[in-house]
Design a binder for this molecule. Structure first.
Ligand code: ATP
Length: 328
């Protein structure tokens, strides 16, 4: 028989991502709609350890669907990695009356709730929230679509100046281990070349690609570089390539943290709402240790260990080929 849940604790953890607020809203309102109580836990796992709890009602999540960041704040918490830290967290959430958890974050966040639920037998559900789109179990993670939109807005602006001055631009985007932002925004922004950690482009190959672009009389060339690709980032790549293209004015732009902020896109708001709704419904159905996600345009869920133990490889072969074909 499903265990009776009275109060859900919801938190965001790891890196912030646009859409987290829309997701918090969906969790809170779905829970209240089903006569559950909700506690917002501030600063992720840190808030469980240092007793940072707020009672949430429907108005606590008014006017946040359009906001980037997370109203619950987020943190990386070393103490939660220790058994003593988790024991203290458990005592605090028990005293607060929380009997199930919904954690929004990346694979580190999922690992935290997985260990916690095993140690203290508390129902947990993970919701994939990270701009990197690098989690197994969901075709898309919260914040990815918005981050790509931010990047293409920047690429469009860079293209204007690049085309006016015959410039060769190297634009570095986020993605330490994942080329998802680079590939998607590179295709959407019409990049001439895209460097990603998964594909590992050698400098000589890149030079070959850029020579082709120059032979094709392109007046501007934009190379998108994921920060974690193997040649050490945009400045290093630019340094090594520049001398071969002295007819171009070579420039580097690092987009950095602006990719994390901003109002979530329509796609991220709807995805966040669907996933928050699904997470609470799973708890109501007596499920635990699941990660919710969107797969083939259907909301589904998988075991949390399956999500943690599998590496997501989301660079579709056809998209890699497409990016090369359309760059001629
Ligand atoms: P992002 O993808 O944006 O980095 P993330 O959720 O992967 O998000 P992490 O910093 O890796 O971010 O993890 C968030 C928090 O989860 C950590 O600060 C820590 O408190 C907790 N956590 C991660 N791994 C473990 C673990 N093995 N045991 C217990 N807690 C963990």
């Amino acid at each position: 028989m499903a265990r009776k849940i009275n109060r859900i604790g919801v938190f965001t953890s790891g890196g912030d991502a646009p859409g987290m607020n829309a997701c918090i809203r969906a969790v809170v309102r779905t829970a209240l709609y089903n006569d559950l109580k909700v506690t917002g836990i501030l600063q992720g796992y840190q808030g469980m350890i240092s007793n940072q709890f707020i009672d949430m009602n429907s108005r606590s999540v008014s006017n946040i669907i359009q906001l980037g960041g997370t109203i619950l704040k987020t943190a990386r918490c070393a103490d939660f990695r220790t058994p003593e830290g988790r024991k203290l967290a458990y005592e605090n959430i028990k005293a607060e009356g929380i009997d199930a958890l919904v954690g929004i974050g990346g694979d580190g966040t999922f690992t935290g709730i997985e260990v916690f639920s095993r140690e203290f037998d508390i129902p947990v559900i993970g919701i994939p929230g990270t701009i990197d789109n690098d989690l197994y179990g969901s075709d898309f993670t919260l914040g990815f679509d918005t981050a790509c939109n931010t990047v293409i807005e920047a690429i469009d602006k860079i293209r204007d100046t690049a085309a006016s001055h015959d410039r060769l631009f190297f634009v570095e985007v986020m993605g330490r281990d994942s080329g998802c932002i680079a590939l998607n925004s590179g295709i959407a922004g019409g990049a001439e070349a895209i460097l990603m950690p998964e594909t590992g482009t050698a400098i000589d190959d890149l030079i070959g690609q850029l020579e082709k672009a120059a032979d094709g009389k392109k007046t501007s060339t934009i190379v998108i570089i994921a920060e974690g690709e193997m040649n050490g980032g945009a400045y290093n790549v630019a340094k090594r390539v520049k001398s071969k293209f002295d007819f171009y004015d070579t420039k580097v732009t690092i987009l950095g943290h602006l990719q994390r902020g901003g109002a979530p896109s329509s796609f991220d708001r709807v995805l966040a709402s669907r996933l928050g709704f699904a997470a609470v419904n799973l708890l109501l159905a007596g499920k635990s240790r699941r990660v919710v996600g969107l797969r083939g345009n259907k909301i589904s869920d998988i075991n949390i260990e399956e999500s943690i133990n599998n590496k997501a490889f989301k660079l579709a072969d056809d998209m890699i080929e497409l990016s090369n074909v359309l760059a001629i």
